[in-house]
Write a protein that binds this ligand. Structure first.
Ligand SMILES: NC(=O)c1ccc[n+]([C@@H]2O[C@H](COP(=O)([O-])OP(=O)(O)OC[C@H]3O[C@@H](n4cnc5c(N)ncnc54)[C@H](OP(=O)(O)O)[C@@H]3O)[C@@H](O)[C@H]2O)c1
Length: 513
């Protein structure tokens, strides 16, 4: 059971829990994710006094590095990416808990020496026999690492479950249903599902967690949250950035796998799921899986009717000229990789019968944002809505996940003056004005949850596979149709014209963000 916090923290969202003593091994510790996210997140948790008293991090990778070099790498990473600046006193203490172990991911000897280091440090730091193993390598190494951990006896919980061993896995979990199933099977050969934490960092965002609070802690929304009152839902996750040095990775993946299979479908699940019978990890994940299973399949033959793909050419983003996708490093001249996707989905259950969910995501779009917009049905065409050429705008509830996190409800209001004119106005709640202390980074929350053994915000194996079951036929449909029109949108625009047509056909349009 988690301990209660010993130290007072200003991180209000995480304020009552602190894990037992433990250690962390990061595989792939020389890489990008470790620098950008993991080390800064652990540092912030440390500064907040949330990490246990006895805590160490061992970086494991093939690169040649001493402890001192690894500590310096961490210092630079925290300097660059942490939400808090380095405090020299805290840093010295944090740095003294960082170790590096050079090894190969597929060599049992490297794991025996890791085990030796763990027990030596355990004696020094009493970090307990609880270990979190973070796979921050490309997925091709996951199977070997899992197998070596198991072979060395590091994968098991000990002392009748009193001491734990947990595995954290990064996306992508497979590239289609078949490969995801194989990867999950290979992880399951070493770690039990209850020990496995699949990260989707979107679920660590405060605003994403707030979707459930908004829906189920407020009496006014739930009675309206169904096909009787909701016309349609739009979910947009747009990026202004391009490849950001990740050309080799992205070229092989594309937007559907990189963003829709995980982040957008998770947002859809939280928006659409039934109330869970409790707030336990499995109750919530059961409900999310039910939504994924209720998604109406888009067969390969129907792909063009329900799915749009795009790739950006050169253009202007936020006033600066940028190159097209095909001109980027490590991208093929005739690349067929999509950098934009729009989908129209239906959830075939009672609540959502006939309500389309439109999803879109892309790179090099005009604005960096993530938002869910719930469009309510319009009022009858009488009174203020009697003139068909000037329909009254529907009520829209928008959940801003980033930036400017908050919730806004658009309602019709009378424009002051002698004439009767109705204009939409916004009732707006901004997180930062109500909670000025700021919110923790998603990785902080998620890493803490793993240490506490709370799997609520992690994807279970069946969820991941259900999501791939929906996505894989779309990938198959696309693979059968050569693309002749890429690039089909200019950098800095809202994607290809076909994405607008997807909604125009239904008499709707994308919300202006
Ligand atoms: N970077 C991000 O922001 C981000 C975001 C979401 C998810 N992810 C996922 O997180 C994982 C790590 O991402 P990353 O960006 O840190 O990756 P990375 O920098 O490409 O790789 C991390 C480390 O893994 C080792 N490595 C590289 N290629 C390898 C290979 N083919 N086989 C075995 N080891 C290899 C390298 O360390 P050594 O050579 O020293 O062993 C490298 O420093 C990936 O699964 C990625 O998809 C990353």
């Amino acid at each position: 059971m988690p301990e209660t916090t010993r130290t007072k923290t200003n991180l209000h969202a995480l304020d009552i829990r602190s894990p037992h003593d433990c250690g962390v091994v990061i595989f792939g510790a020389s890489g990008d994710l470790t620098k950008r996210k993991l080390l800064p997140a652990f540092y912030n948790l440390f500064v907040d006094g949330i990490l246990p008293k006895h805590f160490i991090i061992i970086g494991f990778a093939r690169s040649e590095m001493t402890n001192e070099v690894f500590q310096e790498l961490a210092r630079q990473a925290i300097n660059e990416f942490s939400r808090r600046p380095i405090d020299q006193g805290k840093w010295n203490e944090f740095a003294s808990r960082l170790y590096y172990h050079r090894g190969h991911y597929d060599e049992p000897d490297s794991f025996h020496s890791l085990q030796k280091l763990q027990s030596e440090r355990h004696n020094n730091f009493r970090s307990g026999k609880n270990w979190l193993y973070y796979l921050a390598t490309p997925p091709s190494a996951y199977g070997d690492i899992g197998a070596c951990l198991k072979q060395t006896g590091l994968a098991e919980d000990h002392d009748a479950g009193e001491h734990w061993s947990r595995l954290v896995v990064e996306k992508p979990i497979g590239r289609d249903l078949d490969s995801a199933t194989k990867l999950n099977r290979s992880l399951a050969a070493s770690f039990d599902e209850s020990q496995t934490y699949r990260i989707d960092h979107y679920l660590g965002k405060e605003t994403v967690q707030n979707i459930l609070v908004m829906r189920f802690a407020n009496g006014i929304f739930e009675p309206l949250w169904n096909h009787n009152h909701i016309d349609h839902v739009q979910i947009t996750v747009s990026e202004t950035g391009g490849l950001d040095r990740r050309g080799g990775y992205y070229e092989d993946i594309g937007a559907l796998r990189d963003m829709v299979q995980n982040h957008l479908l998770q947002l859809l699940c939280l928006t659409a799921m039934e109330p869970p019978h409790n707030l336990g990890a499995d109750a919530i994940r059961d409900e999310k899986r039910q939504i994924l299973e209720a998604l109406r399949p888009i067969s390969s033959e129907q792909t063009n009717q329900y799915a749009v793909r795009g790739q950006y050419g050169e253009g202007l983003v936020k006033g600066s000229a940028v190159i097209g996708y095909r001109a980027a490093e490590k991208v093929a001249e005739e690349s067929q990789t999509e950098t934009f996707v729009a989908l129209k989905c239906y959830i075939d259950n009672w609540r959502w019968s006939g309500v389309p969910f439109y999803l879109r995501t892309g790179k090099r779009l005009p604005k960096q944002c993530a938002e869910i917009s719930i469009f309510f049905r319009g009022v009858p065409p009488i009174l203020f809505n009697a003139n068909p050429s000037k329909p009254v705008a529907p009520n829209v509830l928008s959940i801003r996940i980033q930036p400017n996190e908050g919730i806004a409800l658009e309602i019709g209001s009378k424009v002051p003056g002698p004439h009767v004119a109705v204009r939409p106005v916004s009732l707006d709640f901004g997180y930062s004005s109500v909670y000025p202390a700021g919110t923790p980074e998603a990785y902080e929350r998620l890493l803490l949850d793993v240490m506490l053994g709370d799997a609520t915000l992690f994807m279970r194996r069946d969820e991941v596979e259900a999501a791939w079951s929906f996505i894989t036929p779309i990938l198959d449909g696309w693979s059968k149709q050569p693309i002749n029109d890429f690039p089909n949108y200019m950098a800095g625009s809202w994607g290809p014209a076909t994405a607008d047509e997807l909604l125009f056909r239904d008499g709707r349009r994308w919300r202006r963000l």
